[in-house]
Design a protein around this ligand. Sequence first.
Ligand code: F3S
Length: 400
Amino acid sequence: MKLTHEENQMLEGLEGEAVRKAMEILVAIGTIYGADRLLPVASVQIAGVSYDNLGEAGLEFLAEMASTDAKVKVLTTLNPAGMDIENWQILGIEAEFAENQRRVIEAYTKMGIVPTCSCTPYLFGNVPHYGEHIAWAESSAVCYANSVLGARTNREGGPSALAAALTGKTPNYGFHLVENRQPTLTVEVQASLKGTHDFGKLGIALGKFIESRKIKAIPYICGIPGASLEELKSFCASIATYGGLALFHMQGITPESALFQAPADSMTITPVELEAADDFLNMPSSVEQVDFVSLGCPHLTLQEIGRVAERLKGKKVRKTFWITTARPTKRIADEMGYTAIIEEAGAVFATDTCCVVAPIQGRFKVMATDSAKACYYAAGKNGFKIHFLPFDEVITEAIK
Ligand code: F3S
Protein backbone atom coordinates (compact mmCIF):
# COMPACT_ATOMS: atom_id res chain seq x y z
CA MET A 1 0.00 0.00 0.00
CA LYS A 2 1.38 3.39 -0.97
CA LEU A 3 1.56 5.88 1.90
CA THR A 4 2.06 9.63 1.68
CA HIS A 5 4.90 11.38 3.46
CA GLU A 6 2.53 12.50 6.23
CA GLU A 7 1.13 8.95 6.65
CA ASN A 8 4.64 7.49 6.86
CA GLN A 9 5.47 10.00 9.59
CA MET A 10 2.40 8.90 11.55
CA LEU A 11 3.49 5.27 11.13
CA GLU A 12 6.95 6.14 12.41
CA GLY A 13 5.48 7.66 15.57
CA LEU A 14 6.14 11.34 14.86
CA GLU A 15 2.62 12.16 16.07
CA GLY A 16 2.82 10.00 19.18
CA GLU A 17 2.26 6.42 20.22
CA ALA A 18 -1.55 6.33 19.86
CA VAL A 19 -1.41 7.63 16.28
CA ARG A 20 1.42 5.18 15.47
CA LYS A 21 -0.69 2.26 16.76
CA ALA A 22 -3.73 3.56 14.85
CA MET A 23 -1.74 3.77 11.63
CA GLU A 24 -0.44 0.24 12.15
CA ILE A 25 -4.01 -1.05 12.43
CA LEU A 26 -5.05 0.73 9.21
CA VAL A 27 -2.02 -0.47 7.27
CA ALA A 28 -2.61 -4.06 8.43
CA ILE A 29 -6.28 -3.94 7.37
CA GLY A 30 -5.42 -2.26 4.08
CA THR A 31 -2.80 -4.91 3.33
CA ILE A 32 -5.21 -7.78 4.09
CA TYR A 33 -7.89 -6.32 1.79
CA GLY A 34 -5.54 -5.22 -0.98
CA ALA A 35 -6.07 -1.46 -0.60
CA ASP A 36 -3.78 0.65 -2.81
CA ARG A 37 -3.74 3.65 -0.42
CA LEU A 38 -5.44 5.39 2.46
CA LEU A 39 -8.33 7.78 1.92
CA PRO A 40 -9.16 10.86 3.98
CA VAL A 41 -12.47 10.44 5.82
CA ALA A 42 -14.96 13.19 6.60
CA SER A 43 -16.30 11.63 9.79
CA VAL A 44 -16.24 8.61 12.08
CA GLN A 45 -18.93 6.90 14.14
CA ILE A 46 -17.60 4.76 16.98
CA ALA A 47 -19.41 1.65 18.29
CA GLY A 48 -18.37 -0.22 21.43
CA VAL A 49 -19.44 2.36 23.98
CA SER A 50 -21.55 0.46 26.50
CA TYR A 51 -19.53 -0.75 29.46
CA ASP A 52 -21.77 -3.83 29.29
CA ASN A 53 -20.04 -4.78 26.01
CA LEU A 54 -16.58 -3.29 26.66
CA GLY A 55 -15.93 -4.67 30.12
CA GLU A 56 -12.84 -3.78 32.15
CA ALA A 57 -10.39 -4.70 29.38
CA GLY A 58 -12.11 -2.33 26.93
CA LEU A 59 -12.20 0.48 29.46
CA GLU A 60 -8.50 0.04 30.26
CA PHE A 61 -7.60 0.14 26.55
CA LEU A 62 -9.56 3.39 26.08
CA ALA A 63 -8.16 4.97 29.23
CA GLU A 64 -4.63 4.18 28.04
CA MET A 65 -5.29 5.68 24.59
CA ALA A 66 -6.78 8.81 26.20
CA SER A 67 -3.81 9.17 28.57
CA THR A 68 -1.49 9.70 25.58
CA ASP A 69 -3.22 12.99 24.74
CA ALA A 70 -4.22 11.58 21.34
CA LYS A 71 -6.92 13.65 19.64
CA VAL A 72 -9.27 12.78 16.80
CA LYS A 73 -8.59 14.52 13.48
CA VAL A 74 -12.17 14.49 12.12
CA LEU A 75 -15.72 14.80 13.44
CA THR A 76 -16.26 11.65 15.51
CA THR A 77 -19.47 10.66 17.27
CA LEU A 78 -20.37 7.85 19.68
CA ASN A 79 -22.87 5.02 19.61
CA PRO A 80 -25.29 4.51 22.55
CA ALA A 81 -23.88 3.94 26.02
CA GLY A 82 -25.16 1.44 28.59
CA MET A 83 -27.24 4.02 30.41
CA ASP A 84 -28.89 7.42 30.35
CA ILE A 85 -25.90 9.60 31.20
CA GLU A 86 -27.93 12.18 33.15
CA ASN A 87 -30.69 10.01 34.54
CA TRP A 88 -29.31 6.49 34.97
CA GLN A 89 -30.92 5.82 38.36
CA ILE A 90 -34.41 5.88 36.86
CA LEU A 91 -33.45 2.94 34.61
CA GLY A 92 -32.35 0.84 37.59
CA ILE A 93 -28.64 0.97 36.69
CA GLU A 94 -26.18 0.06 39.46
CA ALA A 95 -23.88 2.81 40.76
CA GLU A 96 -20.75 0.78 40.00
CA PHE A 97 -21.79 0.28 36.38
CA ALA A 98 -22.62 4.00 36.11
CA GLU A 99 -19.16 4.95 37.33
CA ASN A 100 -17.45 2.64 34.83
CA GLN A 101 -19.68 3.91 32.02
CA ARG A 102 -18.83 7.49 33.00
CA ARG A 103 -15.11 6.65 32.73
CA VAL A 104 -15.64 5.20 29.23
CA ILE A 105 -17.35 8.41 28.07
CA GLU A 106 -14.65 10.49 29.75
CA ALA A 107 -11.91 8.63 27.86
CA TYR A 108 -13.65 9.12 24.54
CA THR A 109 -14.37 12.79 25.27
CA LYS A 110 -10.73 13.38 26.23
CA MET A 111 -9.79 12.24 22.71
CA GLY A 112 -12.11 14.90 21.26
CA ILE A 113 -14.99 12.55 20.42
CA VAL A 114 -18.46 14.08 20.64
CA PRO A 115 -20.50 12.04 23.17
CA THR A 116 -23.71 11.97 21.12
CA CYS A 117 -24.35 8.42 22.37
CA SER A 118 -26.69 7.58 19.51
CA CYS A 119 -26.97 5.17 16.60
CA THR A 120 -28.63 7.90 14.49
CA PRO A 121 -25.78 10.43 14.10
CA TYR A 122 -27.24 11.33 10.70
CA LEU A 123 -30.14 13.06 12.47
CA PHE A 124 -27.94 15.70 14.10
CA GLY A 125 -24.57 16.97 13.02
CA ASN A 126 -22.78 13.91 11.64
CA VAL A 127 -24.42 13.92 8.20
CA PRO A 128 -22.10 12.87 5.37
CA HIS A 129 -23.04 13.92 1.87
CA TYR A 130 -23.28 11.89 -1.32
CA GLY A 131 -20.02 10.20 -2.32
CA GLU A 132 -18.19 11.27 0.83
CA HIS A 133 -15.79 8.75 2.42
CA ILE A 134 -16.43 8.04 6.09
CA ALA A 135 -15.53 5.31 8.61
CA TRP A 136 -18.55 4.26 10.63
CA ALA A 137 -19.02 1.25 12.87
CA GLU A 138 -22.68 1.02 13.93
CA SER A 139 -24.27 -1.50 11.54
CA SER A 140 -27.66 0.22 11.08
CA ALA A 141 -26.02 3.63 10.60
CA VAL A 142 -23.47 2.19 8.15
CA CYS A 143 -26.33 0.79 6.06
CA TYR A 144 -28.19 4.13 6.24
CA ALA A 145 -25.10 6.19 5.33
CA ASN A 146 -24.17 3.95 2.39
CA SER A 147 -27.64 3.36 1.02
CA VAL A 148 -29.85 6.33 1.90
CA LEU A 149 -27.23 9.10 1.94
CA GLY A 150 -24.92 7.63 -0.71
CA ALA A 151 -21.82 8.13 1.46
CA ARG A 152 -19.12 5.44 1.37
CA THR A 153 -18.08 3.33 4.31
CA ASN A 154 -17.18 -0.21 5.21
CA ARG A 155 -18.59 -1.59 8.42
CA GLU A 156 -15.77 -0.75 10.78
CA GLY A 157 -14.98 -2.55 14.01
CA GLY A 158 -14.28 -0.70 17.28
CA PRO A 159 -10.46 -0.49 16.88
CA SER A 160 -10.50 0.36 13.16
CA ALA A 161 -13.06 3.15 13.67
CA LEU A 162 -10.97 4.65 16.48
CA ALA A 163 -7.84 4.32 14.32
CA ALA A 164 -9.66 6.20 11.51
CA ALA A 165 -10.66 8.93 13.95
CA LEU A 166 -7.11 9.42 15.26
CA THR A 167 -5.57 9.58 11.79
CA GLY A 168 -8.45 10.90 9.65
CA LYS A 169 -7.81 7.99 7.23
CA THR A 170 -9.24 4.66 6.13
CA PRO A 171 -7.96 2.02 3.67
CA ASN A 172 -9.35 2.26 0.13
CA TYR A 173 -11.22 -1.02 -0.34
CA GLY A 174 -14.71 -2.51 -0.18
CA PHE A 175 -17.56 0.00 -0.36
CA HIS A 176 -15.17 2.91 -0.94
CA LEU A 177 -14.77 1.62 -4.50
CA VAL A 178 -17.59 2.28 -6.99
CA GLU A 179 -17.21 -1.15 -8.59
CA ASN A 180 -18.07 -2.82 -5.27
CA ARG A 181 -21.33 -0.87 -4.93
CA GLN A 182 -23.05 -2.43 -7.96
CA PRO A 183 -26.27 -4.31 -7.18
CA THR A 184 -26.20 -8.09 -7.61
CA LEU A 185 -29.76 -9.17 -6.82
CA THR A 186 -33.09 -7.70 -7.91
CA VAL A 187 -35.74 -7.83 -5.21
CA GLU A 188 -39.31 -7.39 -6.47
CA VAL A 189 -41.54 -6.36 -3.59
CA GLN A 190 -45.12 -7.34 -4.42
CA ALA A 191 -46.69 -6.22 -1.17
CA SER A 192 -47.69 -2.91 0.31
CA LEU A 193 -45.54 -1.79 3.22
CA LYS A 194 -46.57 0.68 5.88
CA GLY A 195 -44.62 1.69 8.95
CA THR A 196 -41.43 0.64 10.72
CA HIS A 197 -42.79 -2.83 11.57
CA ASP A 198 -43.47 -3.71 7.91
CA PHE A 199 -40.06 -2.43 6.81
CA GLY A 200 -38.51 -4.48 9.62
CA LYS A 201 -40.32 -7.55 8.25
CA LEU A 202 -38.94 -6.84 4.79
CA GLY A 203 -35.43 -6.80 6.28
CA ILE A 204 -36.01 -10.16 7.96
CA ALA A 205 -37.48 -11.79 4.82
CA LEU A 206 -34.73 -10.51 2.54
CA GLY A 207 -31.97 -11.11 5.08
CA LYS A 208 -33.01 -14.70 5.64
CA PHE A 209 -33.17 -15.32 1.89
CA ILE A 210 -29.63 -13.96 1.43
CA GLU A 211 -28.31 -15.95 4.39
CA SER A 212 -29.95 -19.15 3.10
CA ARG A 213 -28.20 -18.71 -0.25
CA LYS A 214 -24.89 -18.02 1.55
CA ILE A 215 -24.22 -15.12 -0.83
CA LYS A 216 -22.94 -11.59 -0.36
CA ALA A 217 -25.67 -9.71 -2.19
CA ILE A 218 -26.25 -6.04 -2.80
CA PRO A 219 -30.01 -5.86 -3.34
CA TYR A 220 -31.69 -3.63 -5.91
CA ILE A 221 -35.16 -3.32 -4.44
CA CYS A 222 -38.08 -2.49 -6.75
CA GLY A 223 -41.80 -2.01 -6.18
CA ILE A 224 -41.74 0.31 -3.17
CA PRO A 225 -43.41 3.61 -4.13
CA GLY A 226 -42.09 5.60 -1.15
CA ALA A 227 -40.45 5.24 2.24
CA SER A 228 -40.13 7.68 5.14
CA LEU A 229 -36.89 8.35 7.02
CA GLU A 230 -38.24 6.28 9.91
CA GLU A 231 -39.13 3.35 7.64
CA LEU A 232 -35.69 3.40 6.01
CA LYS A 233 -34.02 3.63 9.43
CA SER A 234 -35.97 0.55 10.52
CA PHE A 235 -35.19 -1.35 7.31
CA CYS A 236 -31.47 -0.57 7.59
CA ALA A 237 -31.33 -1.92 11.14
CA SER A 238 -33.25 -5.05 10.16
CA ILE A 239 -31.35 -5.92 6.97
CA ALA A 240 -28.00 -5.29 8.71
CA THR A 241 -29.05 -7.66 11.51
CA TYR A 242 -30.68 -10.47 9.56
CA GLY A 243 -28.68 -10.28 6.31
CA GLY A 244 -25.42 -8.68 7.46
CA LEU A 245 -25.89 -6.05 4.74
CA ALA A 246 -24.19 -2.67 4.65
CA LEU A 247 -25.58 -1.46 1.31
CA PHE A 248 -28.75 -1.74 -0.76
CA HIS A 249 -30.36 0.29 -3.50
CA MET A 250 -34.08 1.10 -3.58
CA GLN A 251 -35.39 2.11 -6.98
CA GLY A 252 -36.53 5.74 -7.08
CA ILE A 253 -35.71 6.25 -3.39
CA THR A 254 -31.99 5.85 -2.69
CA PRO A 255 -29.58 8.03 -4.70
CA GLU A 256 -27.37 5.43 -6.37
CA SER A 257 -30.35 3.39 -7.63
CA ALA A 258 -30.45 5.82 -10.58
CA LEU A 259 -26.94 4.74 -11.62
CA PHE A 260 -27.68 1.03 -12.04
CA GLN A 261 -29.93 -1.38 -13.94
CA ALA A 262 -31.83 -4.11 -12.12
CA PRO A 263 -29.60 -7.26 -12.09
CA ALA A 264 -30.75 -10.44 -13.87
CA ASP A 265 -30.66 -12.57 -10.71
CA SER A 266 -33.94 -11.87 -8.94
CA MET A 267 -36.29 -12.89 -6.15
CA THR A 268 -39.77 -11.80 -5.13
CA ILE A 269 -41.18 -10.84 -1.77
CA THR A 270 -44.93 -11.19 -1.35
CA PRO A 271 -47.22 -10.93 1.71
CA VAL A 272 -46.46 -14.64 2.31
CA GLU A 273 -42.77 -13.95 3.03
CA LEU A 274 -43.67 -10.95 5.21
CA GLU A 275 -46.12 -13.06 7.18
CA ALA A 276 -43.44 -15.72 7.66
CA ALA A 277 -41.07 -13.02 8.96
CA ASP A 278 -43.70 -11.96 11.48
CA ASP A 279 -44.26 -15.57 12.58
CA PHE A 280 -40.50 -16.10 12.89
CA LEU A 281 -40.31 -13.44 15.60
CA ASN A 282 -43.72 -13.84 17.23
CA MET A 283 -43.15 -17.36 18.47
CA PRO A 284 -45.96 -19.08 20.42
CA SER A 285 -44.14 -18.49 23.73
CA SER A 286 -44.58 -14.75 23.28
CA VAL A 287 -48.27 -14.95 24.23
CA GLU A 288 -47.05 -14.58 27.83
CA GLN A 289 -47.75 -11.30 29.55
CA VAL A 290 -45.62 -8.42 28.22
CA ASP A 291 -43.77 -6.70 31.09
CA PHE A 292 -41.41 -4.43 29.12
CA VAL A 293 -42.18 -2.14 26.21
CA SER A 294 -39.52 -0.34 24.21
CA LEU A 295 -39.57 2.00 21.22
CA GLY A 296 -36.47 3.50 19.68
CA CYS A 297 -34.28 0.97 17.90
CA PRO A 298 -32.69 2.73 16.08
CA HIS A 299 -33.16 5.84 18.21
CA LEU A 300 -36.49 7.62 17.77
CA THR A 301 -36.84 10.72 15.61
CA LEU A 302 -38.66 13.81 16.89
CA GLN A 303 -41.68 12.87 14.78
CA GLU A 304 -41.85 9.43 16.37
CA ILE A 305 -41.63 10.93 19.86
CA GLY A 306 -44.44 13.33 18.91
CA ARG A 307 -46.53 10.36 17.85
CA VAL A 308 -45.91 8.59 21.17
CA ALA A 309 -46.92 11.77 23.04
CA GLU A 310 -50.10 12.10 21.00
CA ARG A 311 -51.13 8.53 21.82
CA LEU A 312 -50.18 8.67 25.50
CA LYS A 313 -51.83 12.02 26.23
CA GLY A 314 -54.10 11.67 29.27
CA LYS A 315 -53.35 7.92 29.61
CA LYS A 316 -51.31 5.85 32.08
CA VAL A 317 -48.88 3.11 31.12
CA ARG A 318 -49.08 -0.17 33.05
CA LYS A 319 -45.73 -1.64 32.10
CA THR A 320 -42.14 -0.47 32.10
CA PHE A 321 -42.02 1.61 28.90
CA TRP A 322 -38.66 2.90 27.59
CA ILE A 323 -38.50 5.65 25.00
CA THR A 324 -34.96 5.44 23.62
CA THR A 325 -33.53 8.36 21.73
CA ALA A 326 -30.55 10.67 21.42
CA ARG A 327 -30.05 13.59 23.78
CA PRO A 328 -30.25 16.28 21.05
CA THR A 329 -33.59 14.83 19.92
CA LYS A 330 -34.81 14.56 23.53
CA ARG A 331 -33.94 18.24 24.13
CA ILE A 332 -36.20 19.30 21.25
CA ALA A 333 -38.89 16.93 22.54
CA ASP A 334 -38.62 18.77 25.89
CA GLU A 335 -39.15 22.10 24.10
CA MET A 336 -42.12 20.73 22.20
CA GLY A 337 -43.81 19.55 25.40
CA TYR A 338 -43.69 15.90 24.30
CA THR A 339 -41.47 14.84 27.21
CA ALA A 340 -43.88 16.18 29.83
CA ILE A 341 -46.83 14.31 28.27
CA ILE A 342 -44.89 11.06 28.00
CA GLU A 343 -43.49 11.22 31.53
CA GLU A 344 -46.89 12.20 32.92
CA ALA A 345 -48.22 8.95 31.44
CA GLY A 346 -45.52 7.02 33.32
CA ALA A 347 -43.20 6.11 30.44
CA VAL A 348 -39.49 6.87 30.88
CA PHE A 349 -36.91 8.30 28.55
CA ALA A 350 -33.87 6.06 28.20
CA THR A 351 -31.77 8.72 26.49
CA ASP A 352 -28.20 7.91 25.28
CA THR A 353 -28.88 4.16 25.52
CA CYS A 354 -31.23 1.40 24.34
CA CYS A 355 -32.86 -1.85 25.39
CA VAL A 356 -30.01 -3.84 23.80
CA VAL A 357 -26.86 -2.17 25.13
CA ALA A 358 -28.14 -1.37 28.65
CA PRO A 359 -27.30 -4.03 31.28
CA ILE A 360 -30.83 -5.43 31.67
CA GLN A 361 -30.27 -9.15 31.01
CA GLY A 362 -32.95 -11.20 32.71
CA ARG A 363 -34.72 -8.17 34.22
CA PHE A 364 -37.88 -8.67 32.15
CA LYS A 365 -39.69 -11.66 30.71
CA VAL A 366 -41.44 -10.46 27.56
CA MET A 367 -40.64 -7.33 25.57
CA ALA A 368 -42.92 -5.62 23.03
CA THR A 369 -41.30 -3.51 20.29
CA ASP A 370 -41.70 -2.51 16.64
CA SER A 371 -37.98 -3.11 15.95
CA ALA A 372 -36.86 -6.30 14.24
CA LYS A 373 -33.27 -5.60 15.33
CA ALA A 374 -34.25 -5.12 18.97
CA CYS A 375 -36.15 -8.43 18.84
CA TYR A 376 -33.04 -10.26 17.67
CA TYR A 377 -30.85 -8.97 20.49
CA ALA A 378 -33.55 -8.94 23.18
CA ALA A 379 -33.88 -12.68 22.66
CA GLY A 380 -30.22 -13.48 22.03
CA LYS A 381 -28.43 -11.17 24.46
CA ASN A 382 -30.99 -10.35 27.11
CA GLY A 383 -32.96 -13.59 27.21
CA PHE A 384 -36.36 -11.93 26.72
CA LYS A 385 -39.28 -13.41 24.83
CA ILE A 386 -40.56 -11.01 22.26
CA HIS A 387 -43.71 -9.46 20.86
CA PHE A 388 -43.02 -7.83 17.49
CA LEU A 389 -45.79 -5.32 16.79
CA PRO A 390 -46.58 -2.23 14.68
CA PHE A 391 -45.54 1.08 16.32
CA ASP A 392 -49.02 2.12 17.50
CA GLU A 393 -49.81 -1.35 18.83
CA VAL A 394 -46.64 -1.25 20.93
CA ILE A 395 -48.02 1.87 22.63
CA THR A 396 -51.41 0.18 23.08
CA GLU A 397 -49.59 -2.77 24.69
CA ALA A 398 -48.01 -0.38 27.21
CA ILE A 399 -51.33 1.06 28.37
CA LYS A 400 -53.54 -2.03 28.34
FE1 F3S B 1 -29.39 1.59 18.11
FE2 F3S B 1 -29.42 0.02 20.19
FE3 F3S B 1 -30.91 -0.51 18.13
S1 F3S B 1 -27.64 0.91 19.28
S2 F3S B 1 -29.82 0.28 16.36
S3 F3S B 1 -31.10 1.28 19.45
S4 F3S B 1 -29.71 -1.98 19.26
